[in-house]
Design a protein around this ligand. Structure first.
Ligand code: NCD
Length: 350
């Protein structure tokens, strides 16, 4: 494991290693307070964040390491027009690991080509958010002991919710997973994620619905998400706001687990915070320990990485159908053998 761009690029044995390390750290955090001593994390947040940014920072400090970086891109040289490529080449000479959040889809993959140190994708636009999925999956394992054989409702913004995309892809690795995709018509799961999970039909099935009330009684896990208004194009004007209230929970299973990557706006009413099924604050707390385990794994197995400068020999004019793709910002070239963008997974135009 060299970078973490898409969780499905890491093996299940690496995932299990991070899970077991997380448990060890949670049980005895002091044992790890020198595990990254003398190491530097470069934290590059080009989009707002509270939990992901702060839990990575807290994780690095608790491991005895240091942090450089910014969470306001207007103070970085990007504001002067510097490319992602130049920023990453430089930051990877100053640090041992890079955590990147960008509004451009595929930016973390592009950064991994320029970097001589491991790159962690902390969210690339509406595409993926693999460290949140690590947190979500490990929370499920801690609370339930397994991920197989579960009925999971995912509700809210399935179109732009990057946590949803990463989670659904990851779940396709497990057995007998049934997913209810609960959203308005205009915020349904993108085709490229459906195409992906359709390859794993024997593991995972999904049903799309607009009604949370119709399915809530069937669920083992309910994963609520925020409507990502900041990413809207024009066609999403008509959508429903889903709000989980106590009366909706009357029909739910007694051992339902309610998750949310947070921040919450109106998706879960405050009175549910005291319901023992509410797991979202615990999920966020587990996040810091998961990120400690991830940083230890990446930094301590680090080898000098080759900077690829994006496959210059493969210059071509193949374009991505996704205008939010990093390929519209940087000089990057597609692989002309596959049909999907190597950066953001959307279809290519040949
Ligand atoms: C999510 C994100 O940034 O995608 N938050 C997080 O990282 N925990 C979800 C969101 O912003 O709604």
């Amino acid at each position: 494991m060299t970078h973490l761009i898409d969780l499905n690029e890491i093996s299940l044995s690496d995932f299990n290693l991070i899970y077991h390390l997380t448990i060890q750290i949670m049980n005895n955090p002091k044992n790890f307070n020198k595990s990254c001593s003398g190491k530097i994390l470069a934290s590059l947040f080009f989009e707002p964040s509270t939990r992901t940014n702060m839990s990575f920072n807290a994780a690095m400090i608790r491991l005895g390491g240091n942090i450089i970086g910014f969470n306001d891109p207007s103070v970085s040289s990007t504001a002067k027009g510097e490319s992602l490529k130049d920023t990453i080449i430089m930051m990877s000479t100053y640090s041992d690991v890079i955590v990147l959040r960008s509004k451009y889809e595929g930016a973390a993959k592009a950064a991994s080509l320029y970097s001589s140190v491991p790159v962690i994708n902390a969210g690339d636009g509406g595409h993926l958010h693999p460290t949140q999925t690590l947190v979500d999956a490990i929370t499920m394992l801690i609370l339930r002991g397994h991920i197989d054989n579960m009925i999971i409702g995912i509700c809210g913004d399935l179109k732009y919710g990057r946590t949803v995309h990463s989670l659904i892809k990851f779940l396709s690795r497990y057995k007998n997973i049934k997913i209810y995709l609960i959203s308005s018509e205009s915020l349904k799961l993108p085709i490229y994620i459906k195409d992906y999970i359709n390859q794993y039909k024997k593991n995972i099935s999904f049903i799309e619905t607009k009604s949370l009330d119709d399915v809530i009684h069937k669920l083992d896990i309910l994963y609520m998400t925020r409507i990502q208004r900041e990413r809207f194009d024009n066609e999403e004007k008509n959508y429903d706001d889903y709000c989980l209230t106590s009366d909706k929970l009357l029909n739910a299973k007694k051992d339902l687990i309610i998750m949310h990557p947070l921040p919450r706006v109106d998706e879960i009413s405050d009175d549910i915070d005291n319901d023992e099924r509410a797991a979202y604050f615990q999920q966020a707390k587990i996040g810091m320990y998961v990120r400690m385990a991830l940083l230890m794994k990446l930094i301590n197995t680090k080898k000098e990485l080759e900077i690829k400068y994006t496959d210059i020999n493969n210059k071509n004019n193949i374009k991505c159908t996704n205008l939010k793709c990093i390929t519209y910002q940087e000089k990057l070239y597609q692989n002309n053998i596959i049909n999907n963008c190597i950066f953001c997974d959307n279809k290519l135009i040949f």
